[in-house]
Design a protein around this ligand. Structure first.
Ligand code: PEP
Ligand code: MN
Length: 373
């Protein structure tokens, strides 16, 4: 059971003290307090763990300081959506950008940072097209140990400075080791915090539980957790719950396709039908990665890239974030050139996304017009 306290119930208030006095006396029940300081108010949730079946909801809701009580299932205790109208938020803010189950952000950028010029060209075209988010890979997990592994911390200062210059507020950046988080933290500090970073946990590390725990213990950076390419959705959602159970609830869940030959000739089997599923089971915003799902620039007879089609499929189903590879010169890209879109394609890409988003919003309005069918 979760007790949601009236906003701004501080731990030194008498209501809070009385409530704690009561909870301390409940036999067989432990509790864990989670506080979230928002821009205007403090939100407190108390997780009751143990034999809560005998606790009457009405009574728990009448305790001092308690606004609502929610009975939770064992699954995805923190991030789960435990009832259709779960009162807990399904959005968060980071560096002035909202990430929610009700909006959409595009993260177009380099799969891997190769040089300063390409980073600058990318960020300039993003700025010119009204974008404030990007992807920039500095630490690249590669199948082949002799392949380029990313420039690591050496590229961070110019990536962050250029982000500041071009008004980029959030950079999605994969880390594969806890030391990378410290390097990012330090480079941001040294460059004067010109931008924000969303730490990305890649599909190869979805079940690296020690990494998840360490990343979950900090709340400075939000996290994009990619779905594991060869495990069930439930296992990947539990991986996200690891982050939240350690304290970091600013988690976006990323669909990036499943590894199976059944998806051929795509690189992975596109799994964007799970967008509404993840939104139903949890309160996480859902990201789609069409580049790593499809893996090529193949186009249909209508002239549209498969990548563009799957983006539309994900967005029309309510996706909240798009992580997509672009490169100024895909032929020279050190990682994943064959799936990269080019910079002149960005305005077209964004317009195409806007069409799909508008279609989703119209579908939503239609659904609300016929609420009971
Ligand atoms: C990436 O986004 O650069 C990446 C490596 O993705 P994934 O972990 O989904 O393969
Ligand atoms: Mn890649």
């Amino acid at each position: 059971m979760i007790l949601i306290l009236t906003p701004n119930t501080r731990s030194d208030s008498s209501a809070y003290q009385q409530l704690m006095g009561y909870l301390d006396k409940l036999p067989g029940i432990q509790y864990r307090v989670h506080e979230e300081q928002g821009a205007t108010q403090l939100l407190t949730e108390i997780y009751l763990i143990g034999s809560t079946a005998g606790l009457a909801m009405d009574y728990m809701q009448s305790l001092p300081g308690v606004e609502r009580a929610v009975r939770v299932s064992e699954e995805y205790r923190v991030l789960g959506r435990h009832q259709a109208n779960d009162p807990r938020p399904s959005h968060f803010e980071y560096n002035g950008v909202r990430f929610g189950q009700d909006n959409l952000n595009v993260f177009a950028g380099l799969c891997a940072v190769d040089n300063r010029e390409h980073v600058e060209q990318m960020m300039k075209v993003l700025r010119d097209n009204g974008q404030v988010c990007t992807r920039m890979g500095a630490y690249k997990p590669r199948t082949n140990p002799y392949a380029f592994q990313g420039h690591g911390k050496d590229c961070l200062p110019y990536v962050f400075e250029l982000a500041g210059k071009y008004g980029i507020k959030v950079i999605a950046m994969e880390i594969t080791h806890e030391s990378h988080m410290d390097e990012i933290f330090e480079a941001l500090r040294q460059t004067g915090d010109p931008t924000g970073v969303m730490l990305q946990i890649g599909t190869r590390n979805t079940q690296n539980f020690e990494l998840l725990k360490i990343v979950g213990r900090q709340q400075r950076f939000p996290v994009l957790l990619k779905r594991g390419f060869g495990i069930t959705l439930d296992e990947s959602l539990n991986a996200a719950e690891y982050l939240a159970s350690e304290g970091n609830r600013k988690v976006v869940f990323g669909l990036r396709g499943m590894k199976t030959n059944m998806g051929d000739p795509h690189r992975n089997l596109v799994d964007f039908a799970h967008v509404p599923v993840v939104k139903r089971l949890t309160r996480m915003p859902v990201c789609i990665d069409p580049s790593h799902s499809v893996g090529t620039r193949a186009a249909g007879p209508d002239g549209m890239l498969d990548i563009a089609h799957v983006v539309a499929q994900g967005v029309i189903a309510g996706a909240n974030m798009i992580l997509v590879d672009f490169h100024p010169n895909p032929a020279s890209a050190l990682v994943d050139g064959p799936q990269a879109l080019t910079l002149p394609e960005l305005p077209y890409f964004l317009e195409d996304v806007a069409i799909a988003r508008e279609a989703y919003e119209r579908r939503l309005a239609l659904r609300q017009k016929y609420p009971s069918t």
